[in-house]
Design a binder for this molecule. Structure first.
Ligand SMILES: N=CN[C@@H](CCC(=O)O)C(=O)O
Ligand SMILES: [Zn+2]
Length: 400
């Protein structure tokens, strides 16, 4: 078979191909053909079809690009001093959000846009080919709308997080009225998702339900920051409203775990955040064993998790949370895609998070013979090449 059409590329020399596709599994000595922005063929190298061009990745491991389903990239400012104080024993408190909000409001559009672009580039260089990012450091109608607009210029899945913190001096319920009314109207053209920080010190379950219901009525998909700092009703609320994901989940009861396992709500764990806040690690092993769908995300933000490295998160999930490497790779690819409802494609929006025919051609080539090296060689820069939407966007050092 010869794949027709300009731009088909045959990738060979794949020692191990983690398709993360339930039907295909992990293949050795494999090949992939890309046509346009999609995958056209996957299988053993011995049966690979011809294509317009061929690339030999030299006996390396290939997996889907990371799907980072939880980040906060639209911000200015630095909270290294807060981090240092935390490492000296201070507890994390949500109030730090106000510090970043001040710095973000003070940045002009060009600066904020450049900061977001740089962070997206950094993530891509580490193999992240799909990103979600949130507003939440504006917290006025104008500043949230600006954050949403800037985010939408750089990532496909933008989330409205006006309910991140009640700004100083405002009555919480009056602020929730604003979030559900003019703020939602202003961000709606730019966002697919809405999120709420449902936690003591942020928004109560009742306030969170109001925000989520209003956003759902406006046509947005739902997500929840829940059970991060202590037990609470975030997980139950997320399941109740049919949220696509509830994120953090550090403090969960057996009922929470059972509810997640019986629902379509993905439990998203944030290993780098747990380390950076010295929180009890989210029980990813327990959640998987119970039958919940687990995603791993970076939660890149200046307060609790200042990294875009999904490889670090995967290594931590393996070394500290008790996941196997295939489980962690799946959680950081297909799991993230499920958390963004992008695991199944549509005619105009191919699936991400797996390497199968028809899915988006987002490939991450490791400078290693197997994905196990992600945890076996923690902290090493293993990204060798990246294809996104069928185009090679990260090339091996010294090559065009
Ligand atoms: N927990 C709420 N929001 C962020 C942290 C925000 C901040 O401290 O700036 C998080 O997901 O960890
Ligand atoms: Zn977050």
């Amino acid at each position: 078979m010869i794949l027709s059409g300009p731009g088909s590329t045959l990738i060979t020399g794949i020692a191990e191909l983690s398709t993360v596709d339930p039907a295909l599994g992990t293949l050795r000595d494999a090949a992939v053909v890309i046509e346009g922005e999609r995958i056209a063929w996957v299988g053993p190298a011995s049966r690979a079809p011809a294509a317009d061009t061929a690339v030999d990745v030299g006996g390396r491991a290939v997996l889907p690009g990371w799907v980072d389903s939880h980040t906060h990239l639209v911000f200015d400012g630095d909270r290294a001093a807060e981090f240092a104080a935390r490492m000296a024993g201070q507890a994390y408190e949500a109030g730090g959000i106000a510090v970043t909000t001040g710095a973000t409001r003070a940045a002009d559009d060009a600066r904020l846009d450049g900061l977001v672009a740089g962070r997206v580039r950094e993530a891509l260089a580490g193999g992240t080919t799909s990103l979600e990012t949130k507003t939440g450091y504006g917290l006025t109608v104008e500043d949230e709308a600006r954050s949403a607009r800037i985010a939408a210029a750089h990532v496909e899945d933008v989330t409205f997080l006006g309910a991140h913190l009640v700004p100083d001096g405002l009555d919480p319920d009056t602020y929730v009225d604003t979030v559900c009314g003019p703020m939602l109207d202003a961000v709606a053209p730019h966002v697919r998702w809405a999120d709420v920080f449902c936690e003591r010190g942020a928004f109560t379950v009742e306030q969170s339900r109001r925000v989520l219901t209003a956003c759902r009525d406006a046509g947005l998909g739902l997500r929840v920051h829940g059970n991060q700092l202590g037990p609470g009703g975030g997980v139950a609320l997320a399941v109740e409203v049919g949220a696509a994901s509830v994120d953090h989940v550090n403090h969960v009861t057996d009922d929470d775990v059972d509810a997640l396992a019986a629902s379509d709500t993905v439990a998203t764990v944030l290993p780098a955040c747990d380390l950076s806040t010295r929180a009890p690690l989210a029980p990813a092993r327990r959640l998987l064993d119970a039958g919940a769908t687990v995603a791993i995300a970076s939660n890149a933000n200046p307060g609790t998790s200042w990294t875009t490295s999904m490889a670090f998160c995967v290594a931590t999930a393996v070394l500290q949370m008790g996941l196997t490497v295939p489980e962690a790779v799946e959680a950081a690819t297909l799991g993230g895609a499920k958390a963004l409802r992008r695991d199944v494609g549509t005619p105009d929006r191919p699936a991400v998070g797996r390497l199968a025919v028809g899915a988006r051609a987002d490939l991450h080539v490791l400078d290693a013979p197997s994905a196990v090296h992600l945890a076996y060689r923690p902290g090493m820069p293993l990204t060798w090449a990246v294809w996104q939407r069928g185009r090679r966007v990260v090339a091996p050092a010294g090559r065009p």
